[in-house]
Design a protein around this ligand. Sequence first.
Ligand code: BGC
Length: 497
Amino acid sequence: MFYQIYPRSYACAGSSQGVGDLRGIIDRLDHVVGLGVDAVWLSPVFCSPQVDHGYDVSDYYAIDPIFGTMADFDELLQAAHDRGLRVLLDMVPNHTSDQHAWFTAAVAAGRGARERDWYLFRDGRGADGAVPPTDVLGSFTQTPVWTRVTEPDGTPGQWYFHLFTAEQPDLNWLNPAVLAAFEQIWRFWLDKGVDGFRVDVADHLTKDVDRNDVRFGNDLLTHDADNRTHEVLRALRSTLRGYEHQPTAIGEIWSGGASYSSDDEFPQTFGFPILKAGWDAPALRAAIQEVLADTEPVWVIDNHDTPRSASRLGPARSRALTLLMLGLPGAACLYQGQELGLPNVDDLPDEVLADPVWQRSGGTDRGRDGCRVPLPWSGSQPPFGFCDDEVEPWLPQPPQFAGFTVESQRRDPTSTLELTRRWLGVRKQLVGAGFQWRDEAPDRVHFQRPTDTGTIDVLMNLGDTSIALPPGRILAHSDPKPPDGWLPPDAAVWWEV
Ligand code: BGC
């Protein structure tokens, strides 16, 4: 069981800028331990200009001062391990920051230099090279994927490719030097005892940037002819194998995870299809079936890139889908705040929006800040214990977060927090359990998990009327009150026979 920490927004022990930090995580580690998860995944804490909040790395060997020091990280790792909690880092191999020494060297070295080959530089089209090499649009802002540099002699120069913002130049993974550099980075962190990586944009590493028959960056799933991303992933897997503590890696692959997860490539990939399926029984069943057939999933319905399910689906459905997901075979991941039923904040004022998507889309896409608002820990007004009272959190928390604090939910056995804690406890009974579909009616998702000692049924009601429950012992329920023989709409339940 994983728990995703988005460090900027988890807890802040010292920053005057209201940004969460590593010491804040150490101080609040017992919250995660108390939930009963096995591992945390930290969104990137490496040195970064923070254009994309850490997904633009300028030094993979150092901790960004905004989050603390390497000593803080070592202490966090030790504290987590002492509590039986594993720690995964967020590895960002598709691109670096434009402030990374590899990129500044590539620009400084000039056209044709070996350093340029670490990235994807091309000459422009037209007599003076002023037209970008292709017309493709990028992944999250739908703006051009090419930016032109000024050559060392001051003339307008080549263009470099970036799937995301211009400050995130893509690496050239067909250059063996890039792989060698990353193998060293992986080993640096694994030698420290880190338990593995969540791998960002894991299926886009090698791509054919010269193609002009795709209009939008995500279509760049059209790789280089041999799709050498597989070679990269095999190298990562073999690096992991060299360690006795059995580190893992989870691929961030939004579709087609199966082709990258095998004994040689990703041990685990995110089960995103259930996040995308919506509130629709046949679509959910198909999503589950697709993932189970092919991969070792880490099921997920919330993360730092997606509006929170408590708002996307509504609080009751979000709890129900979380409970359903926890009943599926494989691993699962909760995103910080999901255990509180935290809503998305959709009415952040324009002037505080900090996601590059907002600015880069010219204000047409509000971006992902709504799911990244700092957690409410205690008290009745902002900053709700997230940081010192005199400091303003980097994104403002709405007054209604008062009803969602960890402190208030701890006292309430019917709260989402206490329900989640119970679900995670019961879930331990499912280790090694089988899986079989039950009823395929259009208003429900229903499956069974045979265990050594009995059978656990998992049922979610997507219809408009209550469903009669057969006799059995209720183990977990998504509504604050246990069902009394009937499962109401928008609820899920586990029972044992
Ligand atoms: C991460 C995003 C990030 C993007 C670029 C994604 O898949 O999860 O938060 O903006 O990669 O690194």
